[in-house]
Each structure stands twice: as C-alpha cells, then as structure tokens.
Design a protein around this ligand. Structure first.
Ligand SMILES: [Zn+2]
Length: 232
C-alpha cells in the first residue's frame, strides 16, 4: 500500500496553483462565543444555500473528515489577519498614558523612549501569533483537526482580538459583541466583530460565503476534478 503525500500550505501558496478554502470549510458558521466547539460551530447542510438547515458540529459529523483546503494540504500555519496589527494598536493604547518622567518607570521604556511595558503587559512582538497545524503523516489537514486546534487558540486570543477590533477612543470591543470567524480562507483567518450589525448584514455575510462555495463547486464540476473530500 502506498502513502499519498500532500504538499504543505506554504509550498502550494508559492506555486501558480490557486489554494482555496474548501466548500466544506465554507459551510462552518463559527462563533467565538463558547469553549465548547459543538456549541460554537454549526454546519450548513447545503454549502451553497445559506438558508438551509444548520447541523450541530461534532467529531462524528462527516465535515470533520473533509479537507480544509482545496486542494488538500499536509500542514497550515494559521495566523489571524487583524492580529498582525496588534503591536501597533497596543503601542497606541499605552504610549499616551505611559509616564516617561518618573524614574520608577524607567524599565518600562526602551533606549528610544518607546513604551515596552505598561499596565502589567509586555509590548507584543511585531508579528501576530501563529499556530502550526500539521496532519499525521500521509493525511491532509481536515476540518476536525483544524477547528480542534484553532478554536481554543482563538478563544485564548479574545483580549487581543477585542483590542484590535476596538476603535481608538473606545479601546476594546465590548465583551458582549459577538466575534465570528469568516471561513473565506484558512490563513490568515479573518475575524469579524458584529458590533452594530443588523440582521441583514449578517444575512449578507453568510450569503457571500454560500455564493463562494457555489462558484467553487461549479468550477470544479466544469474542470471535472474528482471529489476527494474524505480523509482516510
Ligand atoms: Zn498601559
């Protein structure tokens, strides 16, 4: 029996081949509201119809074994789009109230007088946090593995996400504002804060993803690409 080896996300991204979120990944309605994944994520029954029924996500749901990407990859370095701005936002939030003239706070500044420690926090690095998801040998990264690793990681980044999503002046997004994952690409992930969203904004959001899934499936049918959705 031979083993299939899948390329990594980075390898495929560097080729001319277009790497996309799979139609199965686009089915996820993923809210960052609850540590329990089965409560935080529902699965659209028909990926191309945003009004179709939503099923409870679990490790036993068929979507769990489906590839996150099209074509499938063996590893994905996950970053979060808004968190690449986190260092800059942190500096804006803390630099104004940092007291450069008080000798007891000298260790809070670097040689250039830029604040490096404030309010009990160290200044974050310039690059946002990353999570490397690697499939077992001979497998591709499937939806179950991806959300199992990424969901608790995103929950642990709640404070940072709310800080980058907040506007200057209001500092951070209110803890009651819903954060959702936009599964349009597996990395960098896009996170939306539903502050001020109307029901019609929410409908538009899911309609766009269903439309994307529809276009993707139609294109694959035209290209006559064989279905290879389930991991062994
Ligand atoms: Zn501060």
């Amino acid at each position: 029996m031979s083993t299939t080896y899948y390329p990594s996300y980075e390898t495929l991204k560097s080729t001319s081949l277009q790497l996309l979120a799979s139609a199965d990944f686009l089915r996820l309605h993923w809210k960052l509201t609850d540590d329990d994944i089965s409560r935080a994520i529902t699965v659209l029954r028909d990926p191309t119809d945003e009004t179709s029924a939503q099923e409870r996500f679990s490790a036993d749901h068929p979507v769990s074994k489906a590839s996150v990407t099209y074509p499938p990859v063996s590893s994905i370095p996950v970053s979060v789009e808004p968190l690449d701005e986190y260092a800059g936002k942190w500096w804006e939030a803390h630099d104004l109230h940092a007291d450069k003239d008080d000798p007891q706070f000298r260790s809070c500044f670097d040689a250039d007088g830029s604040v490096v420690h404030s309010c009990g926090q160290d200044r974050p690095g310039d690059e946002g946090p990353k999570l490397e998801i690697v499939a077992p040998l001979g497998h591709f990264v499937n939806v179950g593995q991806y959300v199992g690793a990424a969901h608790p990681w995103l929950r642990s980044l709640d404070h940072q996400l709310r800080l980058v999503k907040g506007e200057i002046g209001s500092w951070t997004l209110d803890p009651h504002v819903l954060l959702i994952v936009r599964p349009s690409q597996p990395s960098p992930l896009r996170i939306d804060g539903h502050e001020g969203w109307t029901p019609s904004n929410v409908d538009d959001h899911w309609r766009t993803l269903a439309k994307t899934a529809k276009n993707l499936l139609e294109r694959r049918a035209r290209e006559n690409v064989p279905e290879q959705r389930q991991d062994a």
